[in-house]
Design a protein around this ligand. Sequence first.
Ligand code: 6PG
Length: 243
Amino acid sequence: MKPDIKIFKDPDGLSHAAAKMFIESSSQAIAQRGRFLVVLSGGSTPNQLYQLLASTPFRDQIDWSKVHVFWGDERCVPIDDPDNSYYQARLVLLDLVNLPADNVHRIQSDFEPASAALDYARTLKVFSAPPLDWPRFDLVLLGMGDDGHTASLFPGSPVNASKPVIAITAQYQNRPAKRVTLTPLVFNSARRIIFLVTGATKAVTLTEVLSDVSNMNLLPAQRIQPTDGELLWLMDEAAAGKL
Ligand code: 6PG
């Protein structure tokens, strides 16, 4: 299925559009199912979106009491480490909205990675949509590295993971190597997946990922193909520069 690509002048325009989509997804999920299950992404790109969601008018358009927050991946560092994705989201969003603490489902990054992966699979099971052992997330937010990775699915990592959550060790920029990540099994059962990609450094890889040439082993972002959901790619003009 051809992905739906939306190009914005700059990260600010992209973040405002993403905030409106977040609100739309939350309102629809809460109206239909009484709750909104959302997967946040780490990395720097979503920060402006998170800041918008924590500010007026966006904050007041979400019923935070019915929102449950999860992560697509996590770096195995302490929860007060600036590299921790949960920590980053707390600073710019979670601590600034009326989200019940019990609705924050972080990956136990202080556990050994393999234990954290097992623990998170148990958390997903609590919210599962039988016959799946995990939820059909209403919205998944993802970024893309300039190497084509997404979440912590890196080039060369196992393609057909049979588990919903796995432990990974990978080097990327100066970020923590030991990680836990959801696998395409979980991502691809989501109702809506939105990639947020900005910056010229990603332009070449973005062209490769979005081409008709499948190369999932080298370009893990290509593994994100929702089975019965919507896939949106939001990018700024810099990232779209080679499309
Ligand atoms: C992480 C993310 C990772 C990120 C990409 C893009 O924990 O770092 O899961 O997949 O989305 O590396 O990161 P930037 O948004 O910082 O470019």
